[in-house]
Design a protein around this ligand. Sequence first.
Ligand SMILES: [Ca+2]
Ligand SMILES: [Ca+2]
Ligand SMILES: [Ca+2]
Length: 275
Amino acid sequence: MKKFYQFTLAIAIMFALLVSLSHLAVAQKVNIKGGPLKEKDWLTNPAEAALNEDHSDNKNWITKYYGPDGNYENNGGFAASAPKDLIDEGTKGKLTQESLSTIEGLKLTLTVDVGWDKGHGGPRGWEVFEIDPADSHHMNRGGPGDSIDTYGIIVIKADQAMKAVMSPAHDDHAQIWINGEKWYNNSLWTGAALQVDYNIEVDLQKGGNVVLYRCGESGGDAYMNLHFDDKTHETVDIYPDKAKDQKSFFDEAAGALAVDPVGKLATTWGDIKRK
Ligand SMILES: [Ca+2]
Ligand SMILES: [Ca+2]
Ligand SMILES: [Ca+2]
């Protein structure tokens, strides 16, 4: 009998070890915590050392965004454009980068377009666009490949307030806002389309969360990629999902964008457009 218990104990210990080892294998190092960024750091690069992690095996890279239906062009290089709020510029102050990354601001895109002048790509409406994360030039979107800025939005619907870890890969200057706050600024390209230098812990609120991802490009490769930790992808819904245009995006995300108490999710694209 004693032998049997020893054997069981040994098996239990081995199992526990295996479980903890397998967790170690998939864990990504979180090297930025304590956000959002304070205003004085909005354009400061992370102080932490770059991780140079290869995330090419990750299955959760975002492939669809909602955003202006073309890039801002002739940006003068990302160093010159990064400090400029091109959303503010294009909407004459009706929207800013901060307000666009809120539910109310996102809904304004149903009636407010981006009026960039001819020299910067011209007027833009809003669309759902798809990117291939592995393509290191995917920011081109059929237009010029250099001196451009791309804006992409996703909506994350969470059942409860939670911590999530976001992992961006970008070339060149990335800036990310969530729910009106800036959480990430890094002017240095990560090194490859699926290489991550910073895993950033962020706060998601219960209900809809708006993530605004901006990437500024000077020359060479131009990509903007993002995924979250596995647990987050398992527990939240992310939009655009099946949407192909503005209407279907607002329709499928309506539940996440309703300001009404949970259970009263009648808001649709048509309702918002009428208001
Ligand atoms: Ca790197
Ligand atoms: Ca380029
Ligand atoms: Ca580049």
